[in-house]
Design a protein around this ligand. Structure first.
Ligand code: SAH
Ligand code: SF4
Ligand code: F3S
Length: 454
């Protein structure tokens, strides 16, 4: 990687010497893992002598980091790439590259090769550190470069990072997934599980805390199967022992792997946020079985009970898929029942989207679209009510909130996140950005809280 970073840097430095500064823009779709990868892409671009910009119109290099989890995500990425065709026409020296989960699928790479002639290169997520090499080869006009299925398992340490925030940071602790839930493309596009050695993770978090970062989110498809020389619970314990005023969050956890040890470490460490995202996907045991989730609702509910027994005010959130093949009205009602039982603070719900190459896409009795949408509406109506009731409990209380910045529509209203990860709005000024502030909550909505600085 470093050798190619230097080679591209030399090119860009000699261009800068004749007044031709080069700009790079990274456009991101998908989950936090992709956000974290994009910060590395920007870090590499910066090290290669590009000025990193958010403005695609002035970019000489555009990298589109794609997602494949649902069809909608792929269509969005493809349409965005399509919109860059005219930019390339205006600036023929511009290079457009595509990376991320979508281009770890051969059929999508073929589509780019054949129908998107203005795309110069692509590489899959497990080859992230090959970006400088692929870019160099594309710049040197060795033809269009499409990498797939190479160098899949190695974890590269020391990749430069250009972080978006000074006070919040993503830290990937593991990559890939071994679970093969029958609907999910992730194991195919992100390859098998690989964990980073814990010493690297601990050092990175220490550095972040020393530089003033207040919130660190550990990332992985299934963080509780982390095995980089210690268990996930042990890793959390080491991180929570670092000196400083900061909060640790993590996502995502698989319900089959929540150990008692993990719950114990969370409960006793004030630096670990009392918040747990535990995707259940469905409240029907029959559906969970065909989803290959490898737990049932009884096991899941027992885990929730244990979490609440040791952390009574813990915030719980989940993911739900609506309209999985074979989901009957009764199965769906079981999901509604489960929501009533658990009373999540918030849910992320998705209409099932068939992914080519996954077992569920080939299952018979796919649920008709109209039925999926109708179920989704009922699910949201129920959860909005529950979320509002759960948020009302905070009214009158004072919460410690990490202030993030002014809201989009109103420069005097700031937003921040409480320890629960709930969004809080309050009046303040720029002084508070990146600091923990105490907010007395005065009003609740289903998706946010409002309050005043104390
Ligand atoms: N590794 C994480 C989640 C990865 S994807 C986990 O196991 O929880 C994030 C969410 O997208 C999943 O939890 C699931 O609810 C949803 N999802 C994944 N594949 C999907 C598909 N084919 N259609 C609809 N939603 C899907
Ligand atoms: Fe997909 Fe399941 Fe892996 Fe999550 S655990 S990434 S849902 S296969
Ligand atoms: Fe999408 Fe890949 Fe994340 S498929 S959800 S960007 S792991």
């Amino acid at each position: 990687m470093n050798e190619y970073i230097q080679l591209v840097r030399q090119r860009n430095e000699s261009l800068a010497a004749v007044g031709e500064k080069r700009y790079a823009c990274v456009v991101t779709f998908g989950c936090q893992q992709n956000e974290a990868d994009s910060e590395k892409l920007r870090g590499m671009a910066d090290a290669m002598g590009y000025t990193v910009t958010e403005d695609v119109r002035i970019a000489d290099l555009i990298v589109v980091n794609t997602c494949a989890v649902r069809e909608h995500a792929e269509l969005k990425a493809l349409s965005t790439i399509g919109q860059y065709k005219h930019l390339k026409a205006k600036n023929p020296n511009m290079l457009i590259g595509v990376c991320g989960c979508m281009v770890a699928q051969k059929h999508r790479v073929d589509e780019l090769k054949n129908s998107y002639p203005y795309v110069s290169f692509s590489f899959e997520p497990s080859s992230l550190d090959r970006f400088p090499q692929i870019l160099f080869e594309a710049l040197e006009k060795h033809g269009r470069q499409f990498s797939i299925g190479e160098n899949a398992r190695a974890i590269s340490e020391g990749v430069p990072v250009l972080r978006e925030s000074d006070f919040k940071a993503w830290v990937s602790i593991m990559y890939g997934c071994n679970n093969f839930c029958s609907y999910c493309i992730v194991p195919y596009v992100r390859d098998r599980e690989r964990s980073r050695e814990y010493a690297y993770v601990v050092d990175e978090v220490k550095e972040l805390v020393a530089s003033g970062v207040k919130e660190i989110t550990l990332l992985g498809q299934n963080v509780n199967s982390y095995n980089g020389g210690c268990t996930f619970a042990e890793l959390l314990e080491k991180l929570a022992a670092i000196d400083g005023d900061f909060l640790i969050r993590f996502m995502t956890s698989h319900p089959k792997d929540v150990s008692d040890e993990l719950i114990e470490v969370m409960a006793k460490s004030p630096r670990i946020a009392k918040q747990f995202h535990l995707p259940i996907q469905s409240g029907s045991d029959a559906v969970l079985k065909t989803m290959n989730r490898r737990y049932n609702t009884a096991h899941y509910l027992a885990t929730v009970e244990k979490l609440r027994a040791s952390m009574p005010n813990i915030t719980l959130t989940t993911d739900i898929i609506v309209g999985f093949p074979g989901e009957t009205e009764k199965d769906f009602e079981a999901t509604l029942d489960l929501l009533r039982k658990v009373r999540y603070d918030m849910i992320y719900s998705f209409i099932y989207s068939p992914r080519s190459g996954t077992p569920a896409a080939k299952m018979e009795d796919q649920v008709p679209d109209a039925e999926k949408s109708e179920r989704m509406q009922r699910l949201l109506a129920l959860q909005n009510q529950i979320s509002l009731e759960k948020n009302m409990v905070a009214v009158g209380k004072t919460l410690r909130v990490l202030a993030e910045g002014p809201s989009k529509n109103d420069a005097q209203t700031f937003t921040g996140r409480a320890e629960s990860n709930k969004l809080v709005h309050f009046k303040a000024d720029d002084q508070c950005i990146g600091k923990f502030v105490n907010i007395k909550i005065s009003r609740a909505e289903p998706f946010c809280l409002h309050g005043e600085l104390e």
